[in-house]
Write a new protein. Structure first.
Length: 216
């Protein structure tokens, strides 16, 4: 069952696709989405791919500043908008910039939204229509228990997603939500966040996970 999580190699997928390859990241507040995007940028750069970031969280105060700090450290361009502005317009500008500059990957940050927030969910649907992403990543917190699975079900029904990045796995004894995602939604967990540093993002491995499950 867990080997379903090993089917996607994001780097290979990007290399085989037309450029720019557009990835949208979404999830509820507090799951570590912005840090996860920074880790993905670090990984892509290590694999020789160029990136641009769209700061499409125009809702949460300081969200764009937080992302800008990461972009500066990682030496990648960032496209920002006004707070309260149209997040889809920011994403569109980032994609156009990537096309004109020959950049490989566009990473789009979005506002954290609770699964009760209809307005923000509709806003995300609109962004998806305009950005037409190649890949949609749901960021989930491994410490969330049953609530994490409910979030995944909600986003699958409301938006749809291609894969999950599970954060804070280093703080979780077993990470049992990985089993639930594979069994109930047949959704791959492609990466695990195992620390705060940029390099602390590891590809999911069924063997590693099973060993951890029985040894913890």
């Amino acid at each position: 069952m867990l080997t379903k999580n090993e089917n996607i190699n994001l780097i290979d997928l990007i290399r085989k696709s037309q450029k720019p390859f557009v990835i949208v990241f979404f999830g509820v507040n507090g799951v570590g989405k912005t840090t996860t995007i920074a880790k993905v940028i670090y990984m892509l750069k290590k694999n020789g791919l160029t990136c641009i970031v769209s700061a499409s969280d125009t809702f949460r105060a300081a969200a764009q500043e937080q992302l800008s700090i990461h972009a500066q450290k990682l030496e990648v361009p960032i496209v920002k908008g006004k707070y309260g502005g149209d997040p889809a317009a920011v994403a569109f500008d980032a994609i156009q910039s990537a096309k004109s500059r020959g950049i490989d990957v566009v990473l789009i940050d979005t506002a954290g939204r609770m699964n009760t927030d209809t307005d923000l969910t509709n806003e995300l649907r609109r962004l998806m229509k305009i950005a037409k992403p190649n890949f949609r990543i749901l960021v989930l917190d491994s410490l969330g228990g049953n609530d994490t699975l409910e979030q995944a079900k909600y986003f699958e029904n409301a938006i749809g997603f291609d894969a999950v990045i599970l954060t804070k796995v280093d703080a979780d004894a077993k990470g049992g939500v990985v089993l639930s995602l594979a069994y109930e939604l047949s959704k791959p967990v492609i990466f695990l966040g195992v620390g705060q540093e940029y390099e602390k993002l590891q590809p999911f491995s069924a063997d590693w996970f099973v060993e951890r499950l029985f040894n913890s």
